[in-house]
Design a protein around this ligand. Structure first.
Ligand code: RB5
Length: 137
């Protein structure tokens, strides 16, 4: 699958780790940022969200300091189901119940080992459909 990734300066420290996990079995498109220079998260998210909306990428991972700003920006885009995930349970539920197509992480709130676990679960867990599809519709 083709997956996009983007972060702001607050998320940069986690991006390489997440990218390496994604790249094991997927094609990864990196939309930046690539420096510690302060940037605005909506600007970092915009090209990546455009790629998700157009189908250029099937899924997207966004990272900022807390994950909150990126979540707000992402969920303004129709068709994007962005889920701010903090643990393995919410990672699983975000896929099974919410059909998350955009995983959001906070680099300042989630440790590397937990983030690795979250990404692995989010990648492999299928959407349950049924009553959850009805709710999404
Ligand atoms: C940047 O300092 C920080 O505000 C941003 O990464 C994010 O946490 C916003 O929600």
């Amino acid at each position: 699958m083709k997956i996009g990734i983007a972060c702001d300066h607050g998320g940069l420290s986690l991006k390489a780790t997440v990218k390496a996990i994604l790249a094991k079995e997927n094609e990864v498109l990196d939309f930046g940022t690539d420096s510690e220079a302060s940037v605005d998260y909506p600007d970092c998210a915009a090209p990546a969200l455009k790629a998700l909306k157009s189908g250029e990428v099937e899924r997207l991972v966004l990272i900022c300091g807390t994950g909150i700003g990126m979540s707000i920006a992402a969920n303004r885009v129709a068709g994007v189901r962005a889920t701010l995930v903090h643990d393995s349970y919410t990672a699983r539920m975000s896929r099974e119940h919410n059909d998350s197509n955009c995983l959001v992480l906070g680099a300042r709130t989630t440790g590397v080992a937990v983030a690795e676990e979250i990404v692995a679960i989010w990648l492999k867990t299928a959407f349950e459909g049924g009553r959850h599809q009805q709710r999404l519709d």
